[in-house]
Design a protein around this ligand. Structure first.
Ligand code: ADP
Ligand code: MG
Length: 401
């Protein structure tokens, strides 16, 4: 869908034109899985698909929410903003508006607004359609509610990076409070700070980050959607968090640490004997290995060693399968089929696990064969049909018009 078509849909729904158009991307994590809550780094990039938001003021002191992806329409008075029941999709938007006002005393919603969303990130596939929607809302409404009259960025920011980080924090707070998902900062951060043809080497604790160029001549990032109904539920996630904590406690008897990411693979050899819980030991082995792999992957990319980058992605999947145990039949079938295709440099699950997507590096000339072979294997082994997206690495949130 083009922005002209979105503008036409806006006008048809509301009877007047949209005043502004914004876009924010979904993301895929290239490597660094389940490291974020262990003090380690992640390495996501923004995608060229995401969420669009068209807005115009209205005279009625209400927020009207429509989405070209959803049948429900919501209307909420501007003095009655609160989380809506029944997992209403407008929560991802409404929450941001309320949180902007809470975090920035100068921010005021001075009129009602008509809003129209459109998204082309497959929802629920682990590519963060929710973060795209939150960050696009944060971008639009910081500008509406607290645009600086002294130049610079909304809410008084003079530094673009700091402003973009604030958009990510608004989105994350919305996800916590209005969607009830206690996510880390990665998704919203990638959506806010993305840069074309770059990935983001990010420490989720400190929010220190570096844009690393992704130069893939003759190679594409291919995302494959399992369309699996399984996903990492909060129970399995909380188990992993607890097991990592157990490992930290037991390791600390021989070497005091705050988080697993402090350990190098050399340290690991010295401390692993201190972990008496065999499950905690496997979980910790994944985290220590994955933190090192992520650092090595960033170095490999900087040196143009794409084949090695691919090998690290594959090693990441094996570790997530055998030690962290968050893959499952669908993701394993996709990754294992991908590894058999000539011209695939690496393939791994991405996101929390169990369902969602894999991410693969595939040579241009192998893409058709990749889709055909992986698609066929997947259908034979799981009865499900996979979807393939050849990803472009795009920019973070922006105003388009
Ligand atoms: P994801 O992995 O895609 O972020 P989530 O379950 O976190 O999956 O978020 C998906 C939810 O976000 C949808 O159920 C819907 O409530 C909301 N959402 C995402 N994109 C849109 C959109 N374009 N229009 C309306 N709601 C959306
Ligand atoms: Mg989400």
């Amino acid at each position: 869908m083009t922005t002209q078509e979105m503008q036409a849909a806006f006008e048809q729904a509301y009877g007047h034109k949209a005043e502004k158009v914004f876009f924010s991307p979904g993301r895929v994590n290239l490597i660094g899985e389940h490291t974020d809550y262990n003090g380690g780094c992640v390495f996501p990039c923004a995608l060229s698909f995401g969420a669009w938001l068209l807005i115009a003021k209205n005279e009625d002191n209400v927020l009207r929410f429509r989405s070209l992806n959803m049948p429900q329409v919501y209307e909420i008075a501007i003095d009655a903003i609160a989380p809506q029941p029944d997992r209403a999709w407008c929560n991802y938007s409404l929450g941001c508006i309320e949180i902007i006002a809470r975090r920035h005393p100068e921010a005021k919603l001075e009129s009602g607004y008509d809003l129209m969303y459109y998204g082309n990130v497959p929802a629920g596939a682990g590519l963060s359609s929710s973060a795209a929607m939150e960050v696009v809302t944060a971008r639009a409404f910081t500008e509406e509610m607290a645009v600086s009259d002294r130049g610079g960025y909304p809410c008084g920011y003079t530094d673009e990076k700091a402003y973009r980080t604030e958009l990510a924090l608004i989105g994350q707070a919305c996800e916590h409070e209005y969607a009830g998902v206690m996510c880390g900062i990665m998704d919203q951060f990638a959506s806010a700070q993305g840069k074309k043809d770059h990935a983001i080497y990010l420490n989720c604790d400190t929010m220190e980050f570096e844009h690393v160029p992704v130069k893939l001549e003759g190679i594409k990032v291919v995302i494959t959607n399992t369309h699996s109904p399984h996903h990492l539920d909060s129970g399995a996630y909380n188990d992993r968090v607890r097991q990592c904590k157990t490992a930290v406690e037991q390791i600390s008897k021989v070497k005091p640490i705050k988080c697993l990411a402090e350990l190098t693979p050399e340290d690991w050899k010295e401390v692993e004997g201190a972990i008496t819980d065999p499950i905690a030991k496997k979980r910790a082995r994944h985290v220590v290995g994955e933190v090192a792999r992520t650092a090595a992957a960033v170095e490999a990319l900087k040196k143009g060693e794409i084949a090695y980058f691919g090998e690290l992605m594959t090693a990441s999947h094996v570790s997530l399968r055998d030690d962290y145990e968050v893959t499952g039949k669908e993701l394993d079938t996709l990754a294992e089929a991908a590894w058999q295709v000539e011209g695939v440099l690496g393939s791994r699950m991405t996101g929390g696990g169990f369902g969602g997507c894999t991410v693969s590096l595939v040579k241009d000339e192998a893409i058709e064969e990749f889709k055909a072979f992986v698609g066929k294997e997947y259908e034979e082994k799981t009865g499900l049909k996979a979807d393939f997206y050849v990803a472009e690495i795009g920019d973070g949130v922006m105003r388009l018009a």
